[in-house]
Ligand binder design. Structure first.
Ligand code: CA
Length: 241
């Protein structure tokens, strides 16, 4: 099976700066989306650092972790620690943080590590499903049965995340493993996309565009902008063919 990928980030229609970052490193099988937060330029710094530091970790020949999950969790923790330290040192960057989804997409297996509310979806046989569970306040309520998923979608505190990279010295990384099938496409995105497109809209675009992942990325971003584009929009598509 061949693994192909494309990615796109867009400032959107309202904001002046783009605090999202994305990383595509096919040579490392590594794909990253990060959505930064913090005053002034701090969000941009945090998301960019997350992408660079995770790449740096995987480029190091001295990784000794026993399993890929442990390696992935350590890479994200490495980034967390460095972002946290940078925020502590520089008052202008104090309190900065970022979400992150990191995907190791090997031909035989997919490994996902994530923190926050950026998401990974799987498009499989013309159906789309969300693989990650948001680390957000409202989703914690959904998981506990205190809120329905429908009520969570409309909740005024929907944007409040319960875990982020960089805001504290240590972070808990959630990991998932999948066996990809030919025809599958993984969609990684920031909430600037997931808040705007319904499952049906994502599914329609991915089912129609097939192997042209660049075009599918543009169509997804355009759709989010058509519907307001209030936030920064970032998407990576990874296709198994
Ligand atoms: Ca965002």
């Amino acid at each position: 099976m061949k693994v192909m990928a494309a990615g796109l980030t867009d400032v959107g229609c309202v904001r002046r700066s783009n605090e999202d970052s994305l990383g595509l490193s096919p040579e490392l099988h590594l794909y990253i989306v990060a959505d930064g937060m913090g005053g002034h330029a701090a969000g941009e710094v945090a998301s960019r650092m997350a992408v660079q530091l995770i790449k740096e970790f995987f480029s190091s020949p001295e990784i000794t972790e026993q399993t890929e999950e442990m390696k992935l969790a350590r890479a994200v923790n490495f980034a967390n620690q460095k972002i946290h330290e940078a925020g502590e040192k520089d008052p202008a960057l104090n309190g900065m943080g970022t979400t992150v989804v990191t995907v190791l997409a090997r031909p035989e297996q997919v490994l996902i590590g994530f923190v926050g509310d950026s998401r990974v979806y799987l498009h499989h046989q013309n159906k789309i499903q969300q693989l990650t569970q948001d680390h957000s306040l409202v989703n914690e309520y959904v998981r506990k049965g205190l809120l329905t998923p429908e009520a969570a979608e409309r909740h005024p505190l929907k944007h409040v995340i319960s875990r982020a990279l960089g805001t504290s010295p240590a972070v808990e990384v959630e990991t998932l493993r999948r066996s990809p099938e030919s025809g599958d496409t993984l969609l990684l995105c920031s909430d600037g996309l997931s808040n705007k497109l319904t499952f049906e809209e994502m599914n329609a675009i991915l089912s129609k565009t097939g192997d042209n992942l660049e075009k599918a990325c543009s169509s997804l971003v355009e759709k989010a902008k058509e519907k307001g584009g209030e936030d920064n929009i970032t998407v990576i598509l990874i296709g198994y063919r």
